[in-house]
Design a protein around this ligand. Structure first.
Ligand SMILES: *Cc1c(COP(=O)(O)O)cnc(C)c1O
Length: 455
Protein backbone atom coordinates (compact mmCIF):
# COMPACT_ATOMS: atom_id res chain seq x y z
CA UNK A 1 0.00 0.00 0.00
CA UNK A 2 1.42 3.42 -0.89
CA UNK A 3 1.52 6.31 1.58
CA UNK A 4 -1.82 6.92 3.25
CA UNK A 5 -2.03 10.58 2.25
CA UNK A 6 -1.74 9.72 -1.45
CA UNK A 7 -4.69 7.35 -1.64
CA UNK A 8 -8.09 8.41 -2.96
CA UNK A 9 -11.08 7.59 -0.78
CA UNK A 10 -12.03 4.67 -3.01
CA UNK A 11 -8.52 3.26 -3.13
CA UNK A 12 -8.21 3.49 0.65
CA UNK A 13 -11.66 1.94 1.07
CA UNK A 14 -10.56 -1.01 -1.02
CA UNK A 15 -7.40 -1.60 1.01
CA UNK A 16 -9.21 -1.46 4.33
CA UNK A 17 -12.39 -3.30 3.39
CA UNK A 18 -10.62 -6.19 1.70
CA UNK A 19 -9.30 -7.20 5.12
CA UNK A 20 -12.92 -7.59 6.34
CA UNK A 21 -14.57 -8.89 3.16
CA UNK A 22 -11.95 -11.46 2.27
CA UNK A 23 -14.51 -13.69 0.53
CA UNK A 24 -15.08 -11.03 -2.16
CA UNK A 25 -12.85 -11.02 -5.22
CA UNK A 26 -10.91 -7.82 -5.89
CA UNK A 27 -13.24 -6.99 -8.79
CA UNK A 28 -16.40 -7.65 -6.78
CA UNK A 29 -15.29 -5.41 -3.95
CA UNK A 30 -13.95 -2.64 -6.18
CA UNK A 31 -17.23 -2.63 -8.15
CA UNK A 32 -19.20 -2.21 -4.92
CA UNK A 33 -16.93 0.65 -3.80
CA UNK A 34 -16.96 2.41 -7.19
CA UNK A 35 -20.75 2.28 -7.29
CA UNK A 36 -21.06 3.58 -3.73
CA UNK A 37 -18.65 6.53 -3.73
CA UNK A 38 -19.09 8.58 -6.90
CA UNK A 39 -21.10 11.55 -8.11
CA UNK A 40 -23.80 10.71 -5.52
CA UNK A 41 -21.49 12.58 -3.09
CA UNK A 42 -21.31 16.35 -3.47
CA UNK A 43 -17.59 16.34 -2.60
CA UNK A 44 -15.18 14.32 -4.75
CA UNK A 45 -13.18 13.69 -1.56
CA UNK A 46 -16.27 12.00 -0.06
CA UNK A 47 -15.10 12.93 3.47
CA UNK A 48 -13.23 16.26 3.29
CA UNK A 49 -11.62 18.02 6.27
CA UNK A 50 -12.18 21.68 7.14
CA UNK A 51 -10.74 23.71 10.02
CA UNK A 52 -12.53 25.86 12.59
CA UNK A 53 -10.47 27.44 15.33
CA UNK A 54 -7.75 24.92 16.23
CA UNK A 55 -9.80 21.84 15.52
CA UNK A 56 -10.25 19.90 12.29
CA UNK A 57 -13.74 18.87 11.16
CA UNK A 58 -14.19 15.64 9.28
CA UNK A 59 -17.25 16.37 7.12
CA UNK A 60 -19.25 13.21 6.62
CA UNK A 61 -22.41 14.88 5.31
CA UNK A 62 -21.85 15.27 1.58
CA UNK A 63 -23.86 12.19 0.57
CA UNK A 64 -27.42 12.07 -0.78
CA UNK A 65 -29.15 12.46 2.61
CA UNK A 66 -26.63 14.92 4.11
CA UNK A 67 -25.78 12.81 7.18
CA UNK A 68 -22.87 10.48 7.85
CA UNK A 69 -24.93 7.32 7.57
CA UNK A 70 -24.72 7.65 3.79
CA UNK A 71 -21.10 6.53 3.95
CA UNK A 72 -22.10 3.05 5.04
CA UNK A 73 -25.55 2.91 3.49
CA UNK A 74 -24.50 3.85 -0.02
CA UNK A 75 -22.20 0.83 0.09
CA UNK A 76 -24.31 -1.71 2.03
CA UNK A 77 -26.87 -2.51 -0.72
CA UNK A 78 -24.04 -3.31 -3.14
CA UNK A 79 -22.32 -5.54 -0.58
CA UNK A 80 -25.56 -7.29 0.30
CA UNK A 81 -26.75 -7.98 -3.23
CA UNK A 82 -23.25 -9.13 -4.25
CA UNK A 83 -23.17 -11.50 -1.27
CA UNK A 84 -26.69 -12.78 -2.09
CA UNK A 85 -25.58 -13.46 -5.70
CA UNK A 86 -22.43 -15.23 -4.57
CA UNK A 87 -24.43 -17.46 -2.23
CA UNK A 88 -27.23 -18.20 -4.70
CA UNK A 89 -29.89 -16.67 -2.42
CA UNK A 90 -33.20 -16.70 -4.31
CA UNK A 91 -35.27 -14.82 -1.73
CA UNK A 92 -36.22 -11.16 -1.81
CA UNK A 93 -34.30 -9.33 0.94
CA UNK A 94 -36.53 -7.27 3.24
CA UNK A 95 -34.66 -4.52 5.06
CA UNK A 96 -36.39 -3.65 8.29
CA UNK A 97 -35.12 -0.57 10.06
CA UNK A 98 -35.90 1.59 13.06
CA UNK A 99 -34.61 5.10 12.66
CA UNK A 100 -33.96 8.01 14.97
CA UNK A 101 -34.09 10.15 11.83
CA UNK A 102 -31.04 9.67 9.66
CA UNK A 103 -30.61 5.91 9.22
CA UNK A 104 -34.01 5.34 7.66
CA UNK A 105 -33.61 7.96 4.99
CA UNK A 106 -30.03 6.96 4.25
CA UNK A 107 -31.03 3.29 4.04
CA UNK A 108 -33.87 4.07 1.64
CA UNK A 109 -31.61 6.24 -0.49
CA UNK A 110 -29.28 3.25 -0.74
CA UNK A 111 -31.89 0.54 -1.34
CA UNK A 112 -34.52 2.41 -3.43
CA UNK A 113 -35.29 0.37 -6.54
CA UNK A 114 -32.40 -2.04 -5.92
CA UNK A 115 -33.65 -5.28 -7.57
CA UNK A 116 -34.34 -8.15 -5.16
CA UNK A 117 -34.81 -5.87 -2.14
CA UNK A 118 -37.59 -4.13 -0.22
CA UNK A 119 -37.21 -1.69 2.64
CA UNK A 120 -39.55 -0.82 5.51
CA UNK A 121 -38.62 2.07 7.81
CA UNK A 122 -40.15 2.89 11.21
CA UNK A 123 -39.52 6.31 12.72
CA UNK A 124 -40.74 7.89 16.00
CA UNK A 125 -43.49 10.30 14.99
CA UNK A 126 -42.40 12.99 17.42
CA UNK A 127 -38.70 12.31 17.57
CA UNK A 128 -37.37 13.59 14.24
CA UNK A 129 -36.86 17.07 12.80
CA UNK A 130 -39.38 18.42 10.25
CA UNK A 131 -36.75 18.31 7.51
CA UNK A 132 -35.87 14.71 8.39
CA UNK A 133 -39.55 13.78 8.29
CA UNK A 134 -40.08 15.42 4.92
CA UNK A 135 -36.97 13.70 3.57
CA UNK A 136 -38.50 10.34 4.52
CA UNK A 137 -42.07 11.00 3.45
CA UNK A 138 -40.94 12.10 -0.02
CA UNK A 139 -38.82 8.98 -0.56
CA UNK A 140 -39.27 7.58 -4.06
CA UNK A 141 -38.80 3.97 -5.12
CA UNK A 142 -41.39 1.22 -5.62
CA UNK A 143 -39.80 -0.97 -2.93
CA UNK A 144 -39.81 1.61 -0.08
CA UNK A 145 -42.32 1.95 2.82
CA UNK A 146 -42.19 4.49 5.66
CA UNK A 147 -44.24 4.18 8.85
CA UNK A 148 -44.54 6.73 11.68
CA UNK A 149 -44.65 5.15 15.16
CA UNK A 150 -46.47 6.77 18.09
CA UNK A 151 -43.55 6.36 20.51
CA UNK A 152 -39.85 7.13 20.87
CA UNK A 153 -36.85 5.62 19.09
CA UNK A 154 -36.30 2.92 21.72
CA UNK A 155 -39.92 1.75 21.24
CA UNK A 156 -39.36 1.48 17.50
CA UNK A 157 -35.95 -0.21 17.85
CA UNK A 158 -37.16 -2.69 20.49
CA UNK A 159 -40.09 -3.76 18.33
CA UNK A 160 -37.95 -4.15 15.23
CA UNK A 161 -35.62 -6.43 17.22
CA UNK A 162 -38.68 -8.41 18.38
CA UNK A 163 -39.87 -8.82 14.79
CA UNK A 164 -36.42 -10.08 13.77
CA UNK A 165 -36.55 -12.66 16.57
CA UNK A 166 -40.14 -13.76 15.86
CA UNK A 167 -39.64 -17.32 14.61
CA UNK A 168 -43.21 -17.77 13.42
CA UNK A 169 -43.20 -14.62 11.34
CA UNK A 170 -39.79 -15.50 9.93
CA UNK A 171 -41.10 -18.90 8.82
CA UNK A 172 -44.07 -17.34 7.08
CA UNK A 173 -41.76 -14.88 5.38
CA UNK A 174 -39.51 -17.66 4.15
CA UNK A 175 -42.54 -19.42 2.68
CA UNK A 176 -43.61 -16.24 0.93
CA UNK A 177 -40.12 -15.88 -0.57
CA UNK A 178 -38.70 -13.18 1.72
CA UNK A 179 -35.68 -12.95 4.03
CA UNK A 180 -35.26 -10.26 6.70
CA UNK A 181 -32.11 -8.23 7.03
CA UNK A 182 -31.19 -5.07 8.87
CA UNK A 183 -29.72 -1.76 7.84
CA UNK A 184 -29.28 -0.68 11.47
CA UNK A 185 -25.82 -0.80 12.95
CA UNK A 186 -26.61 -4.23 14.41
CA UNK A 187 -25.62 -5.21 10.84
CA UNK A 188 -21.84 -5.47 10.89
CA UNK A 189 -21.80 -4.36 7.24
CA UNK A 190 -22.73 -0.91 8.52
CA UNK A 191 -19.66 -0.65 10.73
CA UNK A 192 -16.74 -1.64 8.52
CA UNK A 193 -17.27 1.06 5.86
CA UNK A 194 -17.01 3.60 8.69
CA UNK A 195 -13.50 2.50 9.60
CA UNK A 196 -12.27 3.94 6.31
CA UNK A 197 -12.82 7.61 7.06
CA UNK A 198 -10.78 7.52 10.27
CA UNK A 199 -7.77 6.52 8.19
CA UNK A 200 -8.71 8.99 5.46
CA UNK A 201 -8.83 11.82 8.03
CA UNK A 202 -5.34 10.94 9.19
CA UNK A 203 -4.06 11.01 5.61
CA UNK A 204 -5.57 14.44 5.01
CA UNK A 205 -3.99 15.85 8.19
CA UNK A 206 -0.62 14.50 7.03
CA UNK A 207 -1.10 16.03 3.61
CA UNK A 208 -2.03 19.41 5.11
CA UNK A 209 1.07 19.30 7.31
CA UNK A 210 -1.04 19.43 10.49
CA UNK A 211 0.62 16.29 11.84
CA UNK A 212 3.73 14.22 11.19
CA UNK A 213 3.72 10.54 10.38
CA UNK A 214 3.22 8.56 13.61
CA UNK A 215 1.67 11.43 15.59
CA UNK A 216 -1.38 10.43 17.60
CA UNK A 217 -4.65 12.31 17.17
CA UNK A 218 -8.00 12.52 18.94
CA UNK A 219 -11.45 12.12 17.43
CA UNK A 220 -14.51 13.66 19.05
CA UNK A 221 -17.55 11.67 17.96
CA UNK A 222 -21.20 12.65 18.52
CA UNK A 223 -22.56 9.37 19.78
CA UNK A 224 -25.91 7.60 19.98
CA UNK A 225 -25.93 3.92 19.09
CA UNK A 226 -22.12 3.78 19.41
CA UNK A 227 -21.57 2.64 15.80
CA UNK A 228 -19.49 5.55 14.54
CA UNK A 229 -17.13 5.67 17.52
CA UNK A 230 -16.81 1.87 17.56
CA UNK A 231 -15.52 2.07 13.98
CA UNK A 232 -12.91 4.51 15.36
CA UNK A 233 -12.00 1.93 18.00
CA UNK A 234 -11.58 -0.68 15.25
CA UNK A 235 -9.32 1.77 13.37
CA UNK A 236 -7.18 2.14 16.49
CA UNK A 237 -6.95 -1.61 16.95
CA UNK A 238 -5.90 -1.87 13.31
CA UNK A 239 -2.97 0.40 14.07
CA UNK A 240 -4.13 3.96 13.41
CA UNK A 241 -2.42 6.20 16.00
CA UNK A 242 -5.42 7.44 17.96
CA UNK A 243 -4.85 8.96 21.39
CA UNK A 244 -8.41 9.46 22.68
CA UNK A 245 -11.77 8.63 21.23
CA UNK A 246 -13.99 11.29 22.75
CA UNK A 247 -17.52 9.98 23.26
CA UNK A 248 -19.76 13.05 23.08
CA UNK A 249 -23.38 12.70 24.20
CA UNK A 250 -26.32 15.06 24.46
CA UNK A 251 -28.55 15.33 27.52
CA UNK A 252 -29.33 11.60 27.17
CA UNK A 253 -25.96 11.01 28.81
CA UNK A 254 -26.19 7.31 29.66
CA UNK A 255 -22.81 6.69 27.96
CA UNK A 256 -21.06 9.50 29.83
CA UNK A 257 -22.03 7.85 33.11
CA UNK A 258 -21.03 4.43 31.80
CA UNK A 259 -17.49 5.50 30.88
CA UNK A 260 -16.94 7.55 34.00
CA UNK A 261 -18.56 5.29 36.58
CA UNK A 262 -18.59 1.84 35.02
CA UNK A 263 -22.36 1.58 35.43
CA UNK A 264 -24.79 1.46 32.53
CA UNK A 265 -28.25 2.48 33.70
CA UNK A 266 -31.05 3.12 31.26
CA UNK A 267 -33.57 3.74 34.05
CA UNK A 268 -33.70 7.50 33.59
CA UNK A 269 -35.86 10.05 31.80
CA UNK A 270 -35.69 10.11 28.02
CA UNK A 271 -35.25 13.58 26.51
CA UNK A 272 -36.11 14.70 22.99
CA UNK A 273 -33.24 17.02 22.05
CA UNK A 274 -31.98 19.06 19.12
CA UNK A 275 -29.70 16.17 18.18
CA UNK A 276 -32.36 13.47 17.73
CA UNK A 277 -30.03 10.88 16.21
CA UNK A 278 -28.36 10.70 19.63
CA UNK A 279 -31.58 10.43 21.66
CA UNK A 280 -30.94 6.86 22.67
CA UNK A 281 -30.89 5.10 26.04
CA UNK A 282 -30.04 1.59 24.84
CA UNK A 283 -26.92 1.97 22.77
CA UNK A 284 -26.82 -1.12 20.54
CA UNK A 285 -23.15 -1.32 19.67
CA UNK A 286 -21.87 -0.97 23.20
CA UNK A 287 -22.33 -4.73 23.48
CA UNK A 288 -19.55 -5.10 20.93
CA UNK A 289 -17.21 -2.96 23.04
CA UNK A 290 -18.09 -5.02 26.14
CA UNK A 291 -16.97 -8.09 24.26
CA UNK A 292 -13.52 -6.59 23.66
CA UNK A 293 -13.00 -5.12 27.13
CA UNK A 294 -14.07 -8.40 28.71
CA UNK A 295 -11.12 -10.04 26.95
CA UNK A 296 -13.43 -11.38 24.20
CA UNK A 297 -15.49 -13.30 26.73
CA UNK A 298 -18.91 -14.09 25.19
CA UNK A 299 -20.34 -15.50 28.44
CA UNK A 300 -19.48 -12.41 30.47
CA UNK A 301 -20.79 -10.16 27.69
CA UNK A 302 -24.05 -12.06 27.48
CA UNK A 303 -24.61 -11.98 31.23
CA UNK A 304 -24.20 -8.19 31.26
CA UNK A 305 -26.66 -7.84 28.38
CA UNK A 306 -29.12 -10.17 30.13
CA UNK A 307 -28.86 -7.98 33.20
CA UNK A 308 -29.62 -4.96 31.05
CA UNK A 309 -32.74 -6.66 29.70
CA UNK A 310 -34.02 -7.77 33.11
CA UNK A 311 -33.07 -4.79 35.31
CA UNK A 312 -32.19 -2.02 32.83
CA UNK A 313 -28.77 -1.75 34.44
CA UNK A 314 -25.37 -3.39 34.84
CA UNK A 315 -21.97 -2.66 36.39
CA UNK A 316 -18.68 -3.69 34.80
CA UNK A 317 -15.81 -4.90 37.00
CA UNK A 318 -12.56 -2.96 37.55
CA UNK A 319 -10.60 -4.96 35.06
CA UNK A 320 -13.10 -4.12 32.31
CA UNK A 321 -13.31 -0.49 33.41
CA UNK A 322 -9.54 -0.12 33.19
CA UNK A 323 -9.70 -1.07 29.51
CA UNK A 324 -11.81 2.00 28.74
CA UNK A 325 -8.77 4.29 28.85
CA UNK A 326 -8.96 4.63 25.05
CA UNK A 327 -12.03 6.79 25.63
CA UNK A 328 -12.98 10.10 27.21
CA UNK A 329 -16.67 10.80 27.72
CA UNK A 330 -18.71 13.91 28.43
CA UNK A 331 -21.92 15.55 27.28
CA UNK A 332 -23.37 18.89 26.21
CA UNK A 333 -26.68 20.36 27.40
CA UNK A 334 -29.06 21.95 24.91
CA UNK A 335 -27.85 25.38 25.94
CA UNK A 336 -24.18 24.45 25.51
CA UNK A 337 -24.96 22.96 22.10
CA UNK A 338 -26.61 26.20 20.98
CA UNK A 339 -23.71 28.26 22.35
CA UNK A 340 -21.24 26.18 20.40
CA UNK A 341 -23.15 26.74 17.14
CA UNK A 342 -23.16 30.49 17.81
CA UNK A 343 -19.47 30.56 18.71
CA UNK A 344 -18.37 28.76 15.55
CA UNK A 345 -20.57 31.02 13.43
CA UNK A 346 -19.17 34.18 14.99
CA UNK A 347 -15.60 32.98 14.50
CA UNK A 348 -15.89 31.48 11.02
CA UNK A 349 -19.23 32.40 9.44
CA UNK A 350 -19.95 28.67 9.24
CA UNK A 351 -23.06 26.94 10.47
CA UNK A 352 -22.65 23.51 12.08
CA UNK A 353 -25.44 21.08 12.92
CA UNK A 354 -26.45 20.28 16.54
CA UNK A 355 -24.88 16.78 16.53
CA UNK A 356 -21.58 18.20 15.35
CA UNK A 357 -21.92 21.00 17.90
CA UNK A 358 -22.22 18.46 20.74
CA UNK A 359 -18.92 16.90 19.65
CA UNK A 360 -17.28 20.32 19.15
CA UNK A 361 -18.34 21.47 22.61
CA UNK A 362 -17.17 18.31 24.33
CA UNK A 363 -13.85 18.44 22.42
CA UNK A 364 -13.22 21.97 23.71
CA UNK A 365 -14.13 20.99 27.26
CA UNK A 366 -11.74 18.07 27.00
CA UNK A 367 -8.96 20.32 25.75
CA UNK A 368 -9.62 22.80 28.53
CA UNK A 369 -9.65 20.13 31.24
CA UNK A 370 -6.67 18.10 30.12
CA UNK A 371 -4.45 20.50 28.14
CA UNK A 372 -3.92 17.56 25.77
CA UNK A 373 -1.93 18.98 22.83
CA UNK A 374 -2.80 16.27 20.27
CA UNK A 375 -4.55 17.40 17.09
CA UNK A 376 -8.29 16.82 17.55
CA UNK A 377 -10.73 15.97 14.79
CA UNK A 378 -14.40 16.74 15.38
CA UNK A 379 -16.49 14.25 13.45
CA UNK A 380 -19.13 16.37 11.65
CA UNK A 381 -22.07 14.05 11.11
CA UNK A 382 -24.82 16.15 9.53
CA UNK A 383 -25.44 19.27 7.50
CA UNK A 384 -26.99 22.19 9.41
CA UNK A 385 -29.78 22.18 6.80
CA UNK A 386 -31.13 19.02 8.35
CA UNK A 387 -31.85 20.87 11.61
CA UNK A 388 -32.51 24.47 10.55
CA UNK A 389 -34.82 25.51 13.37
CA UNK A 390 -32.41 24.85 16.23
CA UNK A 391 -29.50 26.38 14.33
CA UNK A 392 -31.54 29.53 13.54
CA UNK A 393 -32.54 29.86 17.19
CA UNK A 394 -28.94 29.41 18.30
CA UNK A 395 -27.88 32.18 15.89
CA UNK A 396 -30.68 34.48 17.12
CA UNK A 397 -31.96 34.71 13.56
CA UNK A 398 -35.46 35.82 12.61
CA UNK A 399 -37.71 33.17 11.13
CA UNK A 400 -41.34 32.23 10.99
CA UNK A 401 -41.82 28.70 12.29
CA UNK A 402 -43.57 27.49 9.19
CA UNK A 403 -42.76 24.68 6.80
CA UNK A 404 -39.41 22.89 6.86
CA UNK A 405 -38.62 24.56 3.56
CA UNK A 406 -39.12 28.10 4.83
CA UNK A 407 -36.73 27.26 7.69
CA UNK A 408 -34.15 26.06 5.22
CA UNK A 409 -34.49 29.31 3.27
CA UNK A 410 -34.13 31.36 6.44
CA UNK A 411 -30.94 29.49 7.39
CA UNK A 412 -29.56 30.05 3.91
CA UNK A 413 -30.18 33.81 4.10
CA UNK A 414 -28.63 34.01 7.55
CA UNK A 415 -25.47 32.00 6.91
CA UNK A 416 -24.91 31.88 3.15
CA UNK A 417 -23.81 28.24 3.54
CA UNK A 418 -24.43 26.63 0.10
CA UNK A 419 -27.71 24.71 -0.15
CA UNK A 420 -27.21 21.02 -0.94
CA UNK A 421 -29.09 19.88 -4.05
CA UNK A 422 -31.00 17.24 -2.10
CA UNK A 423 -32.52 19.98 0.09
CA UNK A 424 -33.59 21.92 -3.00
CA UNK A 425 -35.26 18.74 -4.28
CA UNK A 426 -37.43 18.49 -1.15
CA UNK A 427 -39.42 21.48 -2.33
CA UNK A 428 -40.69 19.74 -5.45
CA UNK A 429 -41.08 16.11 -4.40
CA UNK A 430 -44.63 14.97 -3.45
CA UNK A 431 -45.36 13.34 -0.07
CA UNK A 432 -45.63 9.64 -0.81
CA UNK A 433 -45.98 7.85 2.56
CA UNK A 434 -48.86 8.23 5.02
CA UNK A 435 -48.90 5.29 7.47
CA UNK A 436 -48.87 5.81 11.26
CA UNK A 437 -49.17 3.03 13.86
CA UNK A 438 -48.85 2.29 17.59
CA UNK A 439 -45.63 0.39 18.55
CA UNK A 440 -47.68 -2.74 19.33
CA UNK A 441 -48.95 -2.87 15.74
CA UNK A 442 -45.57 -2.77 14.02
CA UNK A 443 -45.50 -6.51 13.39
CA UNK A 444 -48.96 -6.59 11.81
CA UNK A 445 -47.98 -3.63 9.66
CA UNK A 446 -44.93 -5.47 8.33
CA UNK A 447 -47.08 -8.47 7.42
CA UNK A 448 -49.61 -6.19 5.76
CA UNK A 449 -47.00 -4.37 3.68
CA UNK A 450 -45.53 -7.68 2.52
CA UNK A 451 -48.97 -9.13 1.82
CA UNK A 452 -48.70 -12.04 4.27
CA UNK A 453 -51.10 -12.91 7.10
CA UNK A 454 -49.61 -13.51 10.57
CA UNK A 455 -51.49 -16.15 12.60
C1 LIG B 1 -26.65 8.38 13.73
C2 LIG B 1 -26.10 9.71 13.99
C3 LIG B 1 -25.25 9.95 15.09
C4 LIG B 1 -24.91 8.86 16.10
O1 LIG B 1 -24.11 7.87 15.53
P1 LIG B 1 -24.02 6.42 16.24
O2 LIG B 1 -23.24 5.59 15.29
O3 LIG B 1 -25.44 5.95 16.38
O4 LIG B 1 -23.37 6.62 17.54
C5 LIG B 1 -24.71 11.21 15.24
N1 LIG B 1 -25.00 12.21 14.39
C6 LIG B 1 -25.84 12.03 13.34
C7 LIG B 1 -26.15 13.17 12.45
C8 LIG B 1 -26.40 10.78 13.09
O5 LIG B 1 -27.21 10.61 12.05
Amino acid sequence: MSALEKLSYRELAYHILQTFFSDFSEKELRDCIDNAYGSNFASPKIAPITYHAKNAYLELFHGPTIAFKDIALQLLPHLMTAAARKNGLQKEIVILTATSGDTGKAAMAGFADVPGTRIIVFYPKDGVSPVQERQMLTQQGKNTSVVGVAGNFDDAQTNVKKIFNDTELNEELEQAGFRFSSANSINIGRLFPQVVYYFYAYGQLLKAGKIKKGDSINFSVPTGNFGNILAGYFAKRMGLPINKLICASNRNNVLTDFFNEGVYDKNRPFYVTSSPSMDILVSSNLERLLFYISGEDPVKTKSLMDELTSTGKYRIDDSMHSKLADFYAAYATEEQTGQEIAEIFTADQTAIDPHTAVAAYVAKEYQKNTADPHQTVVVATASPYKFPQFVLTALHAEYSSGSPLSLVDALHSKTGTPLPQTIKDLAVLPLKHHREVAPALMKTTVAEILGIKPE
